[in-house]
Design a binder for this molecule. Sequence first.
Ligand SMILES: C[S@@+](CC[C@H](N)C(=O)[O-])C[C@H]1O[C@@H](n2cnc3c(N)ncnc32)[C@H](O)[C@@H]1O
Length: 456
Amino acid sequence: MVMTNFKKNDTFEAEVIDLTHEGQGVVKIDQFPFFVDNALPGEQIKMRVLKVGKSYGFGRVDEFLKQSPSRVTSLNLDYLRTGIADFGHLIYPEQLKFKHQQVVELLYKTAHKPNYPVLPVLGATETLRYRNKAQVPVQMVEGQLTTGFYRKHSHQLVSVEDFYIQHPEIDAVILSLRNALRTVHVKAYDEQTRRGWLRHIVVRRGYHTGEMMVTLVATSAQLPQGVDTVLEQLKENFPNIKSIQLNINKSTGSFILGKTFKVLYGKNYIQDTMLGKTFQISAPAFYQVNTAQAERLYQTAYDFANLSQEDIIVDAYSGIGTIGLDLADRVAQVYGMEVIPQAVEDAQHNAKLNHIENAHYEVGTAEAIMPQWLQKGIKPDVIFVDPPRKGLDEQFIKAATATNPRTIVYVSCNPATFARDVLRFEAENYTLDKVQPVDLFPQTHHIELVASFIRN
Ligand SMILES: C[S@@+](CC[C@H](N)C(=O)[O-])C[C@H]1O[C@@H](n2cnc3c(N)ncnc32)[C@H](O)[C@@H]1O
């Protein structure tokens, strides 16, 4: 019988038998599972019970009795506590094995495909300091404006100066800004009292160009005294900064960005290149955070598509047009759709910037626009989809498959929703062909993949 009369602070000696997809160790005491931070499979630990629920509990490591040879012992544990690097305690080759196994298991459990031959994960060369974007919360800690990251599942700020997986110039801008804002006594927003001005600092940096954009997310358009001088100094110290913007977010919710942007310095975008094409990226638009690995991801997507010069292509969930514009020279026409209007403006501008005349982008949801294109008689040979974490909408899948493309190439940042969508494509007579995970997020539990479906 499963024993459930555990109490807080009970201690047990146990072996860690597994890892959850978010990087917690799994321990079973009398069949009852506990999830334990900073514990790796194969490790023997003395575990202290923190919390007990009906069917599982949480524990913490009081002492390691035996550590795993795959453990990174030098990791600053704040990176685990905040989730900045929730796999950072595991050596990189083991991270890749675990991510591969996760995709195999999801295809088995959700899509009923035992032992699917998922290709080995394309690992990154740069496994640290690779992120081209930071979104850093700001809070008053002991009376001082502080930048850092929230402790997992909370809004309690842990002060961080070295963000470990972000480009060092991004960290330097955040630190310099924090120090200067302290000198002019800017107050961070307080979620309880709803007072204070600054909520987040968002920094983007083009991987190939080095161009930087700094966005201050604040509660009002009125700059507190001294901020204009701080920003003047910042752009002098960091000549790579080409854009400084203010984003107004008055809400009480947890969305980082509000709807209104105001340019304080320079342009309302920065530029970067991907696979040799130039892209304008505006503040609200999506741009993959690991450019080097995203280039390998897109290259794999093109290889899976077997493109020919006569092909008509749909680039669904197109963002600023990266997937469609990088391949436009190799095909007849590209049609893209995307829900964020500024991203579509970027895509249209990016087509011009790269002298591309055969790419057309529309604002709207993929699930609304794909049925319209079906009605209009657009007949794509290949459809690329790159949805957010929630995956594809059923209405989109029905309309997309009804246009009868020979191949559908699916770029996914969430293997769980991808596995669900595999069943939906199979119901419409498309068979899963190749699955290639690509690690865009070293040191974290996130995994990206590209897959192809072939018409039966
Ligand atoms: C993972 S990003 C991919 C963007 C682009 N393909 C790239 O590689 O940079 C997903 C994109 O889908 C957009 N999006 C979210 N929901 C959408 C929907 N229902 N219809 C169309 N686009 C949507 C987001 O704004 C975002 O730009």
